[in-house]
Design a protein around this ligand. Structure first.
Ligand code: ADP
Length: 376
């Protein structure tokens, strides 16, 4: 859409007045990062960290105002607080200090969702998203009702990897309906902004966006939601680990020492906020030649298993470095869906079984409700 349209958005927002300051959100310089994709509009509303809760009606008023513009079908506004103003969530206790109460401020953000599993990595490029996507489809193959939330809003790859395209629409004008791909409900900021567009999100915005993708999306009833977290262990990831009622976390690493150092940081991060760690996945663990079938351990395979032992967490799976995994991912057909009988898919299905078992152990009940008996 044209620059003129951004102007229209701003003009409309000039009508929205801050309840305390009595001036418009535009006048107060609260609006930033307007992104327009087709008929979908997104932007950030900068607020004081202490006021985030109280500003929710203002956020909604902005969304409603922009959604009422002709030609706009959806509007997503995220609240953000400047980093210098302090974190939006209590900082984690330093190691050795008493642990904070587990996610005491977490709300049942998504009431129909029985378990939320985060897939995390200490750094980017280790195959976290590939693992998250194949884990989600693996859980679906096991018969669970699955959602996939792409919280990696710096580089959303779920739309491409899960083959989900299009734009989420709102049925009731309040909640967006997730897109469905091979029976998995998917939501990603990538549906709302161009894949090529530079991501405007700063740390606190990431968390705000994530909470809204949980609360403002009509997920329906799910047995498991898989969340692809942004890579790293910064404030944003820590805050998410605290704020989102996670059932457990899966940490993805490659076998090299350098990646494992970062994986340790991820383990420590989840421990600090009392999120159960389901275990570590070693990705690109070894290479199987597609021509001769010979196995080569390019990155000194086995490092993640040793790291898991040292840190007292489970080792969940080793996934080969395999051209098929990459090609199918790039093609939007995860290997678990495209070639479910292949050894590569079986590795992900084993991972899905392990994760399902750990969810059940954590919740103390089966992940899937038994079918209801209807008397006629
Ligand atoms: P991250 O989410 O950690 O940044 P991605 O999942 O986006 O990493 O993976 C980075 C690249 O590596 C992608 O091109 C992906 O297709 C490829 N990749 C990931 N895992 C494997 C694997 N096991 N075998 C081959 N390619 C892989």
């Amino acid at each position: 859409m044209s620059a003129l349209f951004s102007e229209e958005v701003l003009r409309r927002l000039e009508r929205i007045v801050h309840p305390k300051h009595g001036r418009s959100v535009v006048e107060l310089g609260m609006v930033s990062g307007i992104v327009i994709r087709g008929s979908n509009v997104g932007f950030a509303l900068e607020v004081d960290p202490g006021e985030a809760q109280a500003m929710e009606p203002l956020r909604r008023a902005c969304e409603d105002a922009v959604r009422a513009l002709p030609g706009v079908t959806s509007c997503t506004v995220v609240l953000t607080a400047e980093r210098r103003s302090g974190p939006t969530a209590p900082a984690a206790a330093p190691s050795g200090a008493p642990r904070p109460a587990p996610r005491s401020d977490s709300k049942p953000l998504v009431p129909g969702v029985r378990a939320i599993v985060a897939v995390a990595s200490g750094k980017g490029g280790v195959g976290k998203s590939t693992t998250a996507v194949n884990l989600a489809f693996g859980l679906k193959t096991l018969g669970l009702r699955v959602g996939l939330l792409d919280a990696d809003i710096y580089g959303p790859s779920v739309p491409r990897m899960a083959g989900a395209s299009g734009r989420p629409v709102s049925v009731d004008g309040r909640q967006l309906r997730p897109l469905e791909s091979f029976g998995v409900r998917c939501m990603s900021m990538g549906f709302l902004v161009d894949e090529e567009a530079p991501m405007i999100w700063r740390g606190p915005m990431v968390q705000s966006a994530l909470q809204q993708m949980l609360a403002d999306v009509d997920w329906g009833e799910l047995d498991v939601m898989v969340v692809d977290l942004p890579p790293g262990t910064g404030d944003a990831q820590l805050t998410m680990a605290q704020r989102v009622p996670l059932t457990g976390a899966v940490i993805v690493s490659t076998p090299q020492d350098i990646a494992l150092l970062d994986a340790r940081k991820a383990i420590n991060m989840f421990r600090k906020v009392d999120v159960p760690i389901f275990g570590i996945v070693e990705n690109m663990s070894y290479f199987c030649c597609p021509h001769c079938g010979r196995r080569t351990e390019i990155f000194a395979h086995g490092g993640a298993r040793a790291c898991a032992e040292r840190y007292g967490v489970d080792f969940l799976a080793e996934i080969p470095l395999d051209p098929l995994i990459r090609e199918l991912s790039d093609d939007g057909r995860p290997v678990v869906v495209a070639d479910p009988e292949s050894p590569q898919a079986r590795a992900y299905l084993d991972l899905a079984r392990s994760v399902r078992d750990r969810i059940e152990a954590q919740l103390g009940r089966p992940t899937r409700r038994p079918p209801e008996i209807v008397w006629v």
